[in-house]
Design a protein around this ligand. Structure first.
Ligand code: BGC
Length: 783
């Protein structure tokens, strides 16, 4: 093995020498010429990530010498003036090492709000603004592409990476992602929309077969990606680790060529996700399928491509096609354009953006008797919950950013002029120190997800005695309890301890509520989590409930803005909050919580779990709860404000292919505020069964002063009304009258208007057909 690699290397170097003097140097206008000058080995090298240096396997996070901590690189071919480009995680900011050996300078990057928080703003302009800021940091830190946005669907609340993703709905996902991509790319840096596709669980992510109908795939799991590709042309797409209907996504010609390029017109490159190669999937198949770049890159992959061409297994035309795309990508990059990076992005300006976006993404779930915003008399609060002190600005794994600081709740409140009770704050601070030390001591580096570079950790709650709570209730004007959850790459969430509150947390809420209410003082619960938690069993104990998500480094300041009314909440949920996790039909087919979790070294040895049947089919999230009339704790699209809005004069018109929905929104309350408006559509009865209603468009008003109105106009295309008909491999719009429901949430329709639409059929390729029959959920037949 070593010998043959050495032989290839020698041949390669010799050839380089022979042609070095008159080799063309890559320019934007001489790609043909450069390709003619490339040897087969050079072509193969370019298709394999730059960690391939012929001297050993890549290690994620250490492959980029130019930028320590960046996830990967593309290979350089100096003879032809082809530089190495740098790929960095993503998506909540630039993930690079904050310090470097022998260098006193620091390289912290802004910790922006996580994906779910950005989506909860329902404000594409803000997503684009974040994109601009991230694009600038990518360039200033000598990188070329941010590995994001994460676009997998929240199929189930237990997925460990939901925090990186946007929603259970593909329209929210696609529109927010497209805006983020536009922002980054307008700065001249690249994006990688990921993980393409059907990667809505972490358990066995490198080997699980996601068995899904073509209809659910097209309408849900692929739809967000389709919107992002059509609307923003990301430079790159990252193919996921998993199998879809029997075929690895990374080696699926159906997915990466027929759907992505032929049906949607994608122009950029596809790169693989990172962990090594897939069992039984030849690199040659990946090249043929349309995977242009193998990341992080291994020497054996270069060899395999060269041998594949020499033996006729792989055509040189396929190699050339991918090489051309690689070169077209490279000439766009900041590195190729010699961007004068200075390693000094404007972190102050970007922290202001995180605060603004977090403020709009925070969701107010409950506000009994106008508990919030705080009146001026609330100037001292008791702060419960370890996460108030060890506030979580983001998730773990590759989605964790090394932020320069995190504003916790104590600091955030203090900055807003609210003190926390001294004794309790001191006890918690001491406990937090202890919990961190204990965590460090117990940390098992063999478990990769416990390694420190995988980011912020969640520490166990501190026991708070009833006596202590009683004392606090006498001193403070209100209680704030922060319930924190941490999750990330590689592990799904546990129902009992992560989706549900622990007994200790529930007890804390009950005790605090009991003693503070005895004193006539309010209790506010803040949920500092990237994903949904159970609320039904305890929500009656709280006067106000705020979902902070993981709002980025300015978290405490953003929460103080909301608590004091400096900012009026306007975020809304982008996923259903069910009564129980088992209410989601997908939980039946979500990996069992007692299954061995994914582990790098054990992945191929863990047996007993090989596929996920998507029996719920198109009934994901509100599409299920709505259509089947199932009660929820908080519906999709829900979020309160400190003011009220009235919707009127709805109008829906069609001109050519474009449908315009307009509605007048008036602020009828006494505070300035913004309103996120949702447009759902109920289709006429056609041949296919459909969900009761589906989100088709959304918009957000500007900040409206009391009494002020705005006419909001939202747009969609006629083809957006289509369902996917597997029998014809086509998107089909049934002719008839569609009801447009203009709503404040999926459960709060404010007004509606009908529209007569003529039918249409748009043929697509017949791709990703399931190999086994899946028994899918359908509505019971009515007599
Ligand atoms: C993750 C990707 C990430 C990549 C590089 C993978 O394990 O799934 O989201 O971009 O690593 O760090």
């Amino acid at each position: 093995m070593k010998k043959s690699i050495t032989l290839i290397l020698c041949g390669f170097l010799m050839e380089m020498n022979i042609s070095a003097q008159n080799a063309p140097q890559l320019r934007t206008d001489n790609i043909d010429e450069v390709m003619k000058a490339m040897t087969l080995e050079e072509k193969a090298t370019l298709l394999v990530g730059g960690a391939n240096n012929f001297f050993g396997d890549a290690v994620v996070g250490s492959s980029a010498e130019r930028v320590p901590g960046a996830a990967g690189t593309t290979a350089a071919i100096p003879r032809l003036g082809i530089p190495s480009t740098i790929l960095t995680d993503g998506p909540a900011g630039v993930r690079i090492n904050p310090t470097r050996k022998g260098d006193s300078k620091t390289y912290y990057a802004t910790g922006f709000p996580i994906g779910t928080a950005i989506a909860s703003t329902w404000n594409t302009a803000l997503a684009e603004e974040i994109g601009h800021a991230i694009g600038k940091e990518v360039k200033e830190y000598h990188c070329d592409v941010i590995l994001g946005p994460g676009m997998n669907l929240h199929r189930n609340p237990l997925c460990g990476r939901n925090f990186e993703y946007y929603s259970e709905d593909p329209v929210v996902t696609g529109k927010i992602a497209a805006a983020y991509v536009k922002g980054v790319q307008a700065e001249g840096a690249g994006t990688s929309i990921k993980h393409f596709a059907v990667n809505s669980q972490e358990t066995k992510r490198t080997s699980v077969d996601e068995r899904v109908s073509q209809r659910a795939a097209r309408e849900l799991y692929l739809k967000g990606f389709e919107i992002a590709v059509r609307e923003s042309q990301p430079w790159t797409v990252m193919s996921s680790y998993n199998i879809i209907n029997g075929q690895f996504a990374q080696g699926s010609h159906d997915l990466l060529t027929k759907i992505l390029r032929d049906d949607w017109g994608f122009q950029g490159i596809v790169m693989t996700d990172w962990i090594g190669t897939r069992d039984g999937l030849p690199t040659t198949t990946e090249v043929q399928a349309g995977n242009d770049l193998m990341e992080p890159g291994q020497p054996k992959q270069v060899k395999e491509i060269v041998e594949g061409v020499n033996s006729g297994v792989l055509s040189i035309a396929d190699v050339d096609r991918n090489v051309r795309r690689m070169l077209e990508y490279i000439v766009k990059t900041p590195t190729f354009k010699q961007y004068p990076a200075n390693d000094t992005p404007d972190l102050n300006a970007h922290s202001a953006i995180t605060r603004q976006v977090a403020n709009e993404g925070i969701v107010l779930l409950k506000n009994s008797g106008n508990t919030l915003p705080f009146s001026a008399s609330i100037n001292t609060v008791s702060l419960f919950g370890i996460s108030s002190y060890e506030f979580m600005s983001g998730g773990t794994g590759s989605g964790c950013v090394h932020t320069p600081y995190v504003v916790d709740m104590v600091r955030g409140l203090e900055n807003a002029g609210i003190q926390t009770t001294k004794e309790l704050t001191e006890i918690y601070r001491k406990y937090a120190e202890f919990a961190k030390l204990k965590f460090e001591a117990d940390r098992d580096p063999a478990k990769w997800f416990q390694r420190s570079e995988f980011g912020q950790q969640k520490y166990p709650e501190m026991e708070v005695s009833a006596r202590c709570v009683m004392k606090e209730a006498k001193q403070a004007a209100a209680a704030i309890i922060t319930i924190g959850r941490q999750a990330g790459e590689g592990i799904d969430r546990d129902i009992n301890t992560e989706f549900c509150l622990t007994e200790q947390e529930r007890q804390m809420i009950m005790d605090v509520s009991n003693y503070f209410h005895q004193e006539g003082k309010p209790v506010i619960v803040i949920i500092n989590s990237g994903s949904v938690v159970e609320t039904a069993s305890w929500k009656n104990y709280a006067d106000a409930i705020i979902v902070a998500w993981q709002p980025g480094e300015e978290g405490g300041n953003s929460l103080a803005d909301i608590l004091t009314g400096k900012a009026n909440p306007s975020g809304k949920l982008t996923m259903t909050w069910p009564l129980a996790a088992t209410d989601h039909p997908s939980t039946r087919n979500f990996p069992d919580i007692n299954m061995p979790i994914y582990n790098y070294s054990e992945s191929s040895r863990v047996s007993g779990y090989h596929f996920t049947n998507h029996e719920e089919d198109i009934y994901v999230g509100y599409r299920y709860f709505d259509t089947f009339g199932k009660e929820v704790s908080y519906p999709f699209g829900f979020g309160l404000s400190y003011t009220t809005f009235e919707y009127s004069k709805p109008a829906v018109t069609i001109k050519g292919e474009e449908i315009e929905v307009s509605v007048s929104v008036k602020n009828t309350g006494s505070r300035a505020g913004k309103e996120a408006v949702q447009v759902y559509v109920t289709a006429p009865k056609g041949t296919l069964e459909k969900p009761k209603k589906e989100l088709k468009a959304f918009g957000k008003t500007r900040e409206l002063q009391p009494g002020e109105s705005e006419t909001l106009k939202m747009y969609l295309q006629r083809r957006d009304l289509a369902s996917f008909d597997e029998s014809q491999s086509a998107w089909v719009v049934d002719e008839g009258t569609y009801q447009f429901l203009i709503a404040a949430s999926a459960a709060d329709i404010r007004c509606s208007a009908p529209l007569k639409v003529s039918g249409m059929t748009e043929k697509t390729s017949n791709a990703l057909a399931p190999k086994t029959e899946i028994k899918v959920l359908r509505l019971p037949k009515m007599n």
